[in-house]
Design a protein around this ligand. Structure first.
Ligand SMILES: Cc1ncc(COP(=O)(O)O)c(C=O)c1O
Length: 361
């Protein structure tokens, strides 16, 4: 879609990356740090100051104490974190539950383990359908992958969902949880219910986050995994031979940044953009679906066209000048018809231009 947007000079609200500048403090820190002696390998788990910083964030946000040196691993983005965790835990013949629509980096690493992805559709409102999930979990299920706040829908899980997850993990001894929480700091009216908050889940969970998303530096590709020491030791064995360690400059810069500045103002920034986008399309013929987190807004075009979502996004890009992503591409068997995803992590003037165009349809 990004290529098509470029080719047709359309406003690109398809791919999930911000188009506004990063914090000046981050830029200044890079300039300062680049002259220091920080250009050789970091310890494999991560730069100690960054590991301490992550432990502090988790303590402050969720009141969970994680051991910086034993339970945290810095990775080359959440993508590497997810790949590495799956390679470490999943074996030939195992099954892994994925909740569709789902982010696109879950299936391939499962197949590369000669294991079986079992794709379960979320309900029509993009919330988990616990009966369907329970019907597909068995003694063969090694892992369930969850994503909260959810890309592409922007929905967030409730206390009830988290309790269902606890029950499921308690019932199956062999079952582990890979919780993709890359948008953990981008939630709006509701508080993010991280797996960190649930003691009964902590021992069996691998929680993944991304500084790329949190600090809108997606091109730095830096994320982290948090898991109980026993699981982490297995994950580290894969990490060692995959990358050994993540680039040192971004680790030093982010380590100092989170110590000096912390993670202030992130959800406020995106809440304003979400509200601007939603207000902008309020009077359009699109139906505006709930958005409780992430920087994605889903719209339904049910009242506008009978085209498939792939055809509709193509038309939208080529004829109306706005690029979006069809929700069906995130599913094996699409159950969420006539819905498309827009990324609102963009300059306000870009969002205003795009919503004006959407109102003309
Ligand atoms: C749900 C989800 N998980 C993981 C990732 C990958 O994050 P990273 O860029 O840190 O690898 C993304 C990126 O869009 C995402 O939306």
């Amino acid at each position: 879609m990004s290529l098509m947007a470029k080719e047709h000079n359309a406003i690109n609200l398809s791919q999930g990356f911000p188009d506004f500048p990063i914090d000046d403090t981050l830029k200044n820190l890079i300039s300062k740090k680049i002259h220091g002696d920080i250009h050789q390998y970091c310890p494999a788990s991560g730069h100690p100051e960054l590991l301490e910083g992550i432990a502090h964030i988790v303590e402050k946000s969720y009141h969970r104490n994680v051991k910086a040196d034993k339970e945290i691993l810095v990775t080359a983005g959440a993508t590497q974190a997810i790949y590495t965790a799956i390679q470490a835990l999943v074996h030939p013949g195992d099954e892994v539950i994925i909740l569709d629509p789902s982010y696109d980096c879950y299936v391939a690493p499962i197949l590369l383990c000669n294991a079986k992805p079992v794709r379960v559709s979320l309900g029509p409102d993009f919330m988990p359908d616990w009966d369907s999930i329970q019907n597909l979990v068995s003694h063969k299920t090694k892992l369930i992958i969850t994503n909260n706040p959810h890309n592409p829908s922007g929905r967030t899980w409730t206390e009830k969902d988290m309790n269902q997850l606890e029950l499921l993990l308690a019932k199956y001894k062999n079952l582990h949880l890979l919780s993709d929480e890359v948008y953990e700091f981008i939630t709006f009216e509701n508080k993010h219910l991280s797996v960190h908050l649930y003691e009964s889940l902590q021992k069996k969970s691998i929680i993944v986050s991304s500084f790329g998303k949190t600090l809108h530096v997606t091109g730095w590709k830096i994320g982290y995994v948090i898991a109980d020491e026993k699981i982490m030791n297995e994950i580290k064995k894969v990490h060692q031979y995959m990358v050994f360690c993540v680039n040192s400059i971004s680790q030093h810069v982010i380590g100092e940044y989170i110590k000096e500045v912390g993670l202030k103002g992130i959800h406020g920034l995106y809440q304003k953009k979400r509200d601007l986008f939603r207000r902008g399309v309020e009077k359009s013929r699109f139906k505006v679906l709930p958005c409780e987190g992430t920087y994605f807004q889903t719209l339904s075009y049910e009242g506008i066209s009978n085209l498939t979502d792939v055809q509709f996004t193509e038309k939208l890009t080529k004829e109306h000048g706005v690029a979006a992503i069809p929700v069906s591409v995130f599913s094996e068997h699409n159950q969420h018809n006539k819905m498309i995803r827009f990324c609102f992590a963009k300059e306000n003037k870009t969002l205003e231009k795009a919503t004006n165009l959407l109102c003309k349809i």
